[in-house]
Design a protein around this ligand. Structure first.
Ligand SMILES: [Zn+2]
Length: 219
């Protein structure tokens, strides 16, 4: 999937040294193309990092490393990770073109699922409702229906969890491309496991091992 660029001037450079810890989901007030031009209009003083359209396009408006203006006003927040400072500095904002009440088209759902996965992997964001939130959890007074009651929270979290890292429990679970290096390290007792035959090797570790071997870092 590709991310289209349509940058907005509505942002603050940098993130005041803060780390991205969460994704805030929104629903737009209007439809394309008006909603995109509005968020790129300096008069709006509003933006988000991404806009996911009804026809499944992902458009980047603000770079991740900069602060978009999507959730700066805090009113009766229920978000557990709110730290008392402007949430824009430590969140990513995703707008969804509105088809009504947070309902998404199927291609729009697939596009936002893809975008969530991409950002979760990139910034190591845990998959749960404290780290993937809605605007209403930051501003319950002026944004109670943002992204709306039909927003597919359960489906999204379930699909994202399904995609969480694969752990290879035993040697037999290791895919063929990883077996040679795992065998070598088990023979050498570098990988010992729990003594009951379980090695519980995360996929990312296996990929690193294969990479290091290919680069001849591991002798
Ligand atoms: Zn919003």
């Amino acid at each position: 999937m590709k991310i289209e660029q349509a940058l907005s001037p509505n942002y603050t450079k940098g993130r005041k040294g803060k780390k991205i810890i969460a994704i805030v989901n929104h629903i737009t007030a209007g439809l394309m193309p008006g909603t995109l031009s509005w968020m790129r209009n300096p008069v709006a003083k509003a933006s988000a990092h991404y806009l996911v359209t009804r026809d499944g396009k992902v458009i980047q408006m603000v770079n991740d490393s900069d602060t978009a203006w999507h959730a700066g006003f805090v009113n009766r927040p229920s978000w557990k990770l709110y730290d008392g400072t402007n949430p824009n500095a430590y969140t990513l904002g995703i707008e969804h073109e509105n088809i009504g009440g947070g309902l998404l088209t199927e291609v729009q759902y697939e596009a936002t699922l893809w975008l969530h996965k991409y950002l979760i992997d990139k910034y190591n964001i845990p998959v749960d409702r404290n780290h993937i939130i809605g605007h209403f959890e930051i501003d319950a007074i002026n944004r109670p229906n943002d992204p709306g009651s039909y927003f597919p929270w359960e489906r999204l979290i379930a699909d994202l969890k399904e995609d969480e890292e694969m752990i290879y429990k035993t040697y037999n679970d290791v895919p063929d491309w990883g077996k040679p290096i795992v065998k070598k390290l088990m023979d050498r007792k570098t990988i010992v496991g729990d003594g009951k035959g379980n090695i519980n090797l995360p996929e990312s570790t296996l990929k690193t091992l294969v990479y290091l071997e290919r680069e001849k870092v591991l002798k």
